[in-house]
Design a protein around this ligand. Structure first.
Ligand code: PMP
Length: 449
């Protein structure tokens, strides 16, 4: 069965297939962090549906919540009508919101993917401000939609300006650390204040508190607070895309809480649906400039996803799984630093909570000055030997394959697909964490020759 399924799917599915290419397995059963393939092999899953499975696969509280809806005879599809299931979800969601938002927030159900909620956030801030531009950051990932609203008529073009996202290892200013983040913030400020910069009048600024697909890049708290000030001073709504960072993943229930920043809009998906598709935006009520029907969608009311989401949010909150993610993540990061010390092909390790990344580089190639050389300030740049080595995507892919052979599923991310990403469920045990680190270390050993 295993080989036949793989063969048929690769023959019939589109050339855009992603995970299935790098991970030729056929999952047939899963529980917690473990996936079992059709060939009987078992894997520890550090992909977790790209960060969706906060409680791992088929957690009993999630299954029970889904069964309860199925057994109750409640309708499974009612568009966005009011239901007890939705009422419970919204109540639990608001219980978790950052303090500054919870009392004055509105929720809009979008449907059903993260990218839909991002689009909704843009539509909202454009309606609220009357402006068109969106400020976004280099390396960002917000989804894959484009054009549907334009094709329906009436949509004005979204004009996006890309600003430098702070990062330590491949700092666009060649300096890293707090100084690099400070330069990135100043760059943003000067571009916004320069009428000749060509940056469109901003309706909003969207950022990921930790870039995920971009290669696990945690934004420094000071930089996030600075973005909050910059946007507040200019009356530009700040949109936090917490599609991947939300629900405890980074060691706080929402990643913006580390910095104390209260965004105007939060974009939420993935884990909030407890492994079923669900996406919402939550925003300050003053921004609710929408007319009835200004944002629609057939699948905004998935009752099973709401029930699974309610159970997940409550379980993470009641069991303090965000704290667990913070503690275990810090421990795993320390272990990964040791791995980096032992292997020249590990250029950098980083992360926050249980969102961890290992950047694979070519140790023999000469150092490069910057990942995205927006500008290099010669007087502040790090010495050449401290500059990052070039990304090594082929080596990263080899590590991913070696991990799979050892029963460990990992994802690759980053602009060059050279960052091994670890997104285990928040329910991962100490023993499973040790096994993940062992298998990864063995895989790195194997490719290091
Ligand atoms: N925003 C972020 C931060 C994401 O990580 C993703 C998906 N990886 C999205 C948006 C898009 O979500 P979806 O794939 O559900 O459209």
């Amino acid at each position: 069965a295993h080989e036949g399924i793989l063969r048929r799917q690769s023959a019939r599915e589109s050339a855009a297939r992603t995970y299935a290419r790098a991970l030729p397995i056929v999952p047939v059963r899963a529980r917690g962090m473990t996936i079992e393939g059709a060939d009987g092999r078992r894997y520890l899953d550090c992909l977790s549906g790209a960060g969706t499975l906060a409680l791992g696969h088929n957690h009993p509280v999630v299954l029970e919540a889904i069964r309860a809806v199925l057994d109750s005879g409640a309708p499974l599809h009612v568009l966005d009508l009011a239901t007890p299931v939705k009422d419970a979800f919204v109540t639990e969601l608001f219980r978790t919101l950052p303090a500054g938002l919870a009392d004055h927030a509105r929720v809009q159900f979008c449907g059903p993917a993260g990218t839909d909620a991002v689009e909704a956030a843009f539509t909202l801030v454009r309606a609220a401000t009357g402006r068109d531009g969106i400020l976004a950051f280099s390396g960002a990932y917000h989804g894959m939609t484009s054009g549907a609203l334009a094709a329906s008529g009436g949509a004005r073009d979204v004009r996006v300006a890309r600003l430098p996202y702070p990062q330590d290892y491949r700092c666009p200013f060649g300096v890293g650390g707090e100084r690099g983040a400070e330069l990135a913030a100043r760059w943003t400020e000067s571009v916004l204040d320069d009428p000749k910069s060509g940056v469109p009048e901003p309706a909003g600024m969207i950022l990921e508190p930790v870039q995920g697909e971009g290669g696990v890049l945690p934004a420094p708290d000071a930089w996030l607070r600075r973005m909050r000030r910059i946007t507040a001073d200019r009356s530009v709504p700040l949109i936090a895309d917490e599609v991947q960072t939300g629900v405890g993943r980074t060691g706080a229930f929402w990643a913006v809480e580390h910095s104390g920043v209260t965004p105007d809009v939060m974009v939420l998906s993935k884990a909030i649906g407890g492994s079923l598709p669900l996406a919402v935006i939550v925003y300050r009520e003053e921004l609710d400039a929408w007319q009835p029907g200004a944002h629609a969608g057939t699948f905004r009311g998935n009752q099973l996803a709401m029930a699974a989401g309610t159970a997940t949010l409550a379980h993470v909150r009641e069991n303090r799984l965000a704290e667990r993610a913070a503690d275990l993540g810090a421990h795993m990061l320390r272990q990964l630093r040791r791995l980096a010390g032992e292997h020249a092909c590990v250029g950098d390790v980083r992360g926050r909570g249980l969102m961890l990344g290992v950047e694979v580089v070519d140790p023999e190639a000469p150092a490069v000055s910057a990942g995205e050389p927006i500008v290099t300030l010669a007087e502040t740049a790090r010495p050449a030997e401290e500059q990052p080595r070039p990304a090594a995507p082929r080596l990263a892919a080899a590590i991913q394959r070696e991990c799979l052979r050892r029963g460990l599923i990992v994802e690759l991310g980053g602009r060059h697909s050279s960052v091994v990403r670890l997104l285990p469920p928040l329910t991962i045990t100490d023993e499973q964490a040790a096994a993940v680190l062992d298998r990864l270390a063995d895989a790195v050993d194997a490719v290091s020759g």
